[in-house]
Design a protein around this ligand. Sequence first.
Ligand SMILES: *Cc1c(COP(=O)(O)O)cnc(C)c1O
Length: 398
Amino acid sequence: MNINTDLLHAHQLHARLTGTYKPEAMAHISPIYQTSTYVLEDFDSAVYLNQHVDEGFVYTRFGSPNCDELEKKIAHLEHAEAAISLASGLGAISTAVLSIVKAGDHVVFGDVIYGCSYTLFAKVLSRLGVTYTRVDTSNVQAVADAIQPNTSLVYVETPANPTLKISDIAAISEVVHQHEGITLIVDSTFASPYLQNPLDLGADLVVHSATKYLCGHGTVTAGVVAGSKERIDRCRMPYLQCFGAVLDPFAAWLLMQGMKTLGVRMERHCSNAMKVAQYLEKHPKVDRVYYPGLESHPTHEIAKKQMHNGYGGMMSVDIKGGMDAVRKVMNNMKVFSLATSLGNVDSLIQHSPSMSHFDMSPEERYAASIFDGQVRLSIGIEDVDDLIEDLEQALKLV
Ligand SMILES: *Cc1c(COP(=O)(O)O)cnc(C)c1O
């Protein structure tokens, strides 16, 4: 099937698809299994299932029908053997990363990545004996040069939060896989499976903050990891088991509803964002627009090659006049909400240096083109003329 059909029907439990006319399969929308534990048939099946937790349901931290359904769908959409769902994007990222690195290892990651992912490497794992090198991952040679004999992980976010820098996944995969024992993880949150499939380009694991486009409505925090069965099994056991970032069944259920409309939402996010980016690029109060769909974007060519169906709904904008101008704009938006997060149906505006990327030092931020006068826009699916009008009236005030 094609992706918009898959978004609705792939791995849906219901009877028409499975041919099983039991009550749980006959429900058109799967029920929510809001239970922490499962009643087991007898002593022997209890013993068996506790050792084979992927063959049934025992306890919700080990798996639930709602998470199972979601994970099969994510695996399908990311062309993966398996997937695992977790309680947040960072739950997914930290679980995936901890399933790979150990004390004494070295990690290479991008100079522009989501702020808390940076914190995980720079402030948490560094305390546990994992060293790191930050590089411009849009420069494949820089990635190659950063690899050391003890490197076990290369971590790339593309499009990168918040400057939308694009890294060439296929070229990086080639470099990484010349070495034995290095895993390539790609955070594909900004693209969603509708615009990009990193595993097809050679990544070993793809991670998403499902809080964003996959959910689409700002109603849950969730994360997913997809890849080979062997790698996903390792994420589950012992890492999800022990760190316990399990996704709640209700959140998994909400995600299943949200994902059905991913295609139609992304089409509108992409077309609205392109129009807003073109408008802002010509605006006299704007220094620079970071949107990978614009030909002026330094990594537009890689985006064109690597992404499909569009360039996404995210952009950053340098406003002339620095922080004072940003304050005026953000305080006067009428349609955009002043909120962090992204990928919701409605438009959001945030200040990356003080919100999503507050944990980086000013020097690290400036080197990564995250400037004080920069706002990040998550373009929603409203009528685009209203979004442009909202930006117009707020920019008039600076
Ligand atoms: C938001 C975000 C995360 C973290 O996800 P949470 O669901 O907030 O834990 C990770 N990566 C990127 C690119 C993000 O935008």
